[in-house]
Structure formats: C-alpha cells, structure tokens
Design a protein around this ligand. Structure first.
Ligand SMILES: [Mg+2]
Length: 435
C-alpha cells in the first residue's frame, strides 16, 4: 500500500504517479507468471468489503505518511486481521502511531529505515505478529467512538475552564494603574526581566535579536533612577548578554542563574557545578539533530540546549517527547534537570534556576520592595513561584498559558509598554531624603 506524501505539489504528485505506474509495469512485466502477479495495483477506491478482504490477505501493510491526523487505513488493516497475522509498518508521524505502539514504526524520511522495517516484517515470527496485532486490536476496541467522544468532550471542558482562569488574570488598564501606584509609593524597586520573548520578539536565529535602540534607552531610563534595580535574567550565555547589555547600569543573570553580574561588576559563577555529564549527553542530542533536520545544539557553559524552532514542527513535536523520555533516564541519576522552553529543550544542573537567582536579588534589595517580574516560558515559572510569598510583587506572564504569575499579557509589547509607563514616572523626591 502506498500513501502519497501529503506535502507533495500537484506536479510532484503526477510525476510520482507516473513513476509508480512505470515501476509497477516493469516489475509485473518481468516477473509475471500464469498464476501469479507480483503487484496488484489499484489506483481507485474499492468497496469496503473488497478492501477488507485485501487487508485480510496482505502480509504487510506499509503506511508512510509524512503527517496525518487520524489514520484509518492503519486501523482498518489491524481490525481486518481476524486471524491476527500480518505486520503493520506505520509512519511515526501518523496520528495513529501514538495508539498503535505495537506497529513497526518508521521515519518516513528515511528510506533505509523503511527497508529495515520491511525486512523485519517479512521475517517476523508468526507468534510475534499475533502478539502485536492482538494488543492493537484490544486498543482499537477500547478506544471506540464513544470513548473518543467522551475524552474529546472532557478535554474541551478542561480547555474552557483553563481559558476562564486565564481570562480572570488578563492584564488590563486597571492592573497597569495598580502597578504604577505601587511603583510610585515605593522607594526600593526591583525589576526581574527575562530577555527572549519578553523584552524582544522571537526570531529564527537566536543571535539576531540583539536589543534595539528603543530597548536600550528604555532599560537605561529605568535604571537611571536610583530607586530602581533592573536585572535581566535570561537563559542565554553570559558573553552574548555582556555584549548586548554589559554597558548598561543593570544586573544580569545568565544561563538561568549559573552566572550573575551586578551593575558594573565582574561575572560571578554559582558554586558546585559539575560538568562531566555534558560529554556524556552530547552524543544523544547529536543523534536527535541527525534525525530532525533544522534542529541544532547550543553548548552553553553549564548546559546543553536542543533548538527546534527551524525544524518541521510536526516532526519536532514527536522528537521532543522522545528526547525528553531518553534524557529522563540519565538525568535522574546525574542531578540534572530538563527544561522545556519556547522551541528549546535544555539540560542543566539541578538546583540552578531563575527562581533562586530572583530570591537572591529580592533579599538584596530588601523585603517589601516593589518588584516586577516578567517572563514568557517555562523557566520563568520558577521566578513567579519563588516570588509568590513576597508582598508587593507583580508577576507578568507573556502568553496565554496557565501560569503561576499573577497576570497574563497577550504579547511582549505589553511588557515594553508597562516598562515605558513606569520609566516616565516622576522621581520620588521626598523631603525625608534631604532631611
Ligand atoms: Mg524567554
């Protein structure tokens, strides 16, 4: 059974069709005997009972879409196998691949993988075929249309409730006014600002988002006020942050807290860092890069990062879960943690996170200070959680995901606008300072 790749254009499709027609003609011409035709080629729809009979007869079904949602061919093949023999080879990109885990799964982009799978299928002992198909038939029976619709309705309800929750936390003019008030009433203030996705928008190339003049001026204006402590707290490496922001009078935290630097000071490294795990895990990430075109590895001082923003998103989603599963086996024994960021998976030493770095800053500026923290991804949740017990805190999450932050902002422009409004406030010129 051949399934035409769904991303083919009409021309490619016609060309492929012609190639298949010719190949079938060539093979049948060469190997046909009076009693046997090697390839039965049906380029038309078959009535369902005929189709079921063909499924039943087929020793192997090869279903290799690059992407699809619900693959009925794979399911129908398994359901038709009343004697439970036969082998299903299924693309790992098929929606059904997550349910039919006993199928021989292949990467549809890798022709050698498909050849290996065909060989495995043709030499598979009957006992194993029966065991695999019996398990898949059980799955299909259990996950019938009633069950499917129940799950769907429950998920829909959950999504609705989640949206409701986010709506209640949505950033508004009233909240901005509240922040401005708290800001004006405090003479000790702390800003903890994530960089990517929070102060700047995302780009395909992570090196291309250096701060523009507007952002530099905004940070300068905020940090010029002696009451303010501005800290950029990022997952990025320290050299990049130094190059972009080092000239400003702000604190910088790099690699989620591995490195930090007070305004105008030297970089200080967090203690206790073991690095040997990097050499051990890098080949695993490289293996995933080989199998996920467009993804790449970034080696930071104390972490390894797999970037998949430029990869095909369908494939990357599949690979991401595989990678997390694979890494989880190592990280539990190696005191490492896996962070899932925005189109990145990062592995780093446990115990270092933005939350710890935030707490150090807030203790330094003083409990009860006005603090505003903004971030957009999973790693920023550590900040939001760590700050929650402190008073006078405003935590802002860019994006509409569920979050530990107090408020959800629809885009990073809301962060910039809030910072702009605060930077325009008059200085606290209270008399007691001179008294
Ligand atoms: Mg970010």
């Amino acid at each position: 059974m051949i399934v035409v790749p769904s991303r083919a254009t009409v021309d490619q499709y016609n060309q492929l069709k012609q190639q298949i027609d010719e190949a079938v003609g060539r093979i049948n011409g060469k190997y046909n005997t009076l009693r046997w035709t090697p390839i039965h080629y049906f380029y038309r729809a078959l009535p369902f009972h005929t189709l079921a009979a063909v499924y039943y007869m087929a020793d192997v079904a090869l279903v290799t879409p690059f992407r699809d949602g619900m693959n009925l061919i794979a399911k129908e093949y398994i359901a038709s196998k009343t004697d439970q023999t036969g082998v299903l080879i299924l693309s790992e990109m098929a929606g059904a691949a997550k349910e039919l885990i006993e199928a021989v799964q292949v990467n549809p982009d890798d022709i050698h993988d498909i050849v290996r799978a065909l060989h495995k299928a043709l030499t598979m002992p009957q006992q194993e075929q029966i065991a695999r198909n019996a398990a898949m038939q059980q799955t299909l029976k259990r996950y019938n249309v009633t069950r499917w619709s129940e799950v769907f309705m429950t998920r829909l309800q959950e999504a609705h409730q989640a949206t409701d929750k986010i709506k209640r936390k949505r950033f508004s003019e009233e909240i901005l006014a509240e922040i401005v008030n708290a800001y004006n009433e405090s003479d000790k203030r702390l800003f903890l600002l994530d960089y990517d996705g929070t102060l700047v928008d995302f780009q395909d190339d992570p090196q291309k988002v250096s701060p523009d003049e507007y952002l530099v001026n905004l940070l300068r204006k905020l940090s010029d006020q002696p009451e303010n402590n501005v800290v950029v707290i990022s997952g990025r490496d320290k050299d990049t942050l130094e190059r972009w922001l080092g000239h400003l009078n702000i604190g910088i935290v790099a690699e989620h807290g591995v490195w930090s630097r007070e305004p105008g000071d030297e970089w200080v490294q967090a203690d206790f860092i073991d690095q040997e795990w990097k050499a051990e895990l890098k080949p695993i990430l490289e293996f995933f890069v080989d199998r996920t075109p467009g993804s790449f590895i970034e080696v930071k001082d104390f972490s390894l990062v797999w970037h998949y923003r430029k990869a095909d998103q369908g494939l990357a989603e599949v690979r991401k879960h595989e990678l997390i599963d694979t890494l989880a086996q190592y990280t539990s024994s190696m005191r490492l943690q896996i962070l899932e960021g925005n189109k990145v998976i990062e592995v780093k030493n446990a115990g270092i996170n933005k939350g710890h770095a935030s707490v150090r800053w807030i203790e330094k500026v003083g409990k009860g200070c006005f603090a505003l923290a903004a971030g957009d991804d999973f790693t920023d949740e550590d900040i939001f959680k760590a700050l929650a017990p402190y008073p006078n805190i405003f935590t802002l999450k860019v994006g509409t995901n569920l979050t530990a932050a107090k408020y959800n902002l629809s885009s990073n422009r809301d962060v910039l606008r809030t910072l702009h409004v605060l930077s325009e406030q008059q200085r606290v010129t209270s008399n007691y300072q001179s008294a």
